[in-house]
Design a binder for this molecule. Sequence first.
Ligand code: AMP
Length: 617
Amino acid sequence: MGIKYEGRAIGIDLGTTYSCVAVWLENHNRVEIIYNDQGNKTTPSFVAFTDDQRLIGDAAKNQAATNPVNTVFDAKRLIGRKFSDSVVQKDMMLWPFKVIAGVNDKLMINVQYKGQEKHFCAEEISSMVLTKMREVAETYLMSPRKATIDSGAIAGLNVIQIINEPTAAAIAYGFDKRGDCDGKQNILVFDLGGGTFDVSILTMKGDVFEVKATSGNTHLGGEDFDSRMVNYFVEEFKKKNKVDISGNPKSLRRLRTACERAKRTLSFAFVTTVEVDSLFQGIDFCSLITRARFEEMNMDLFNECMKTVESCLSDSKIQMSDIDDIVLVGGSSRIPKVQDLLQDLFPKKVLYKSINPDEAVAYGAALQAAVLSKGFKNVPNLVLQDVTPLSLGIAVDVDHVMGVVIPRNTTVPLRKTKGYATGCDNGVVSIRVYEGERARALDNNLLGSFKLSCRPGAPRGTPLEVCFSINENGILTVSAKEISSGNMNQITINNEKERLSTFEINKMIEEAERYRMEDKEFLRKAKVMNDLDYCVYKVKNALKKKDVNLNLSRGEREKINNATTLATNLLHENNKQQKIDVVEDHLKELEIMLEKLVVNTGIENKHKSSFLGYLFN
Ligand code: AMP
């Protein structure tokens, strides 16, 4: 998505397995990918919950093996899915974290957080990752002056546009290749990531990018290839050791990590080992896997990708031979077999790999944010013309047929009017708006519904005019008018239900703020406990010094002793719910008391440097 933050244009790629953030540097006329606090350009889309805190990104992934049931990943794949969804039921077997059915079959993730059972929906987990990415950007963009910005101001993130990932990648590619080509170029973007697969065909003419067709599968990617390998080794382990690890989340998590690593290795090696010490019941696991074996176990999935490419091509009405460039995006596009199959489809073309597949989406989104924000210097004059990924239509009254008004892959913005007729005599028409390609309305995705009052006594068959319009941000408005009376009603629908809409993202940002405050509290508490511990340590050390002791009266010594005992008790109290304010008050009290004692005992003059040295060095 493209975002304006503190007057800067940033792009965030909220990925299934990794996320990435980039910024447009107007003074340098280029986009920069921002490193996170671990020095990495991509951040794992992982969130973990512990007894004390919530961890996001590298910190969450790094502890996944020891806390598998409370470490959530893949959340983006789960957005918009019901618990009973067959895909979810299948995936669940391999997730170490627990997924349960919530209200209306909504999928909920169940974790233990701060000693309590908590339920989060997939959108909430994704929002936590989004907050982390925003923090990565903030850290980079914050000048010393901005360091005082409070979270309220930070929430002023302005989501400008959500763009399809392949389109963002195509923009990055187009920017990279500017000036290299004259005339019109047809580009196919093949984006195979961790959890999703997208194909887009675009035409680039000068600075104008026109999306011709998009296609894909929101549930196909690197995670599926990992799962196949995990299943394979679970079976092997069963055969060898007569034990089944499939019910053990910790073992599965560790095996999955090893499989993902092996998969990456197989992109440059022909054989690799998968080793996990003490995988289950103390049994070590060590096995070999060849590239050929890996390809064989995933061949049906790879072929599915190629079929999608072919159908996207046929939707675009562009001949295979007219595709000029094929751009590879997404970490899984590095798999050699995937590249080979794609090369077989386009034998005469060179696959374009020079944009970093992990960074291309955030890169393009930052560029697009800069273009749309206006007022930035040196921004290329890009124009983006997107298409509707699915057909849009309505069903009126009792009608169950999907009446397509906008066929899929129609260029947006758009406006189209179509004539309909009422289906009942009752004077109130009900209009349901759907997206999808199925003939039966119910089999498609219901986007919304509204009613229109006709003139009293209007019989069945009264003519209606239905108008669909989509603006440049993908917001769909459907209006209906009864022609004879002029009565009208309409509904506005945000784009892309299954993925994240601008509205959802803004909602997520708000929700995420709540958890951010919790994290802040945790850090505040950790810091104050640490400071108190340090202060007690220093005081005790100081009291061991003869000259300090000699200058204290008995009463003063007792006072200090009492204060340190109180502090020590607080530090060792086994009560996680301790109020931070109480600890902070004790720390202040102890510090003030010591200050006073320093002055009263006259140590300050005689021994200031050594006393303060003991206290604060
Ligand atoms: P993305 O969502 O684009 O960040 O892609 C992440 C996915 O790419 C994960 O499933 C990774 O395991 C996979 N991936 C990254 N590098 C490689 C590689 N060299 N070979 C195969 N898969 C990879």
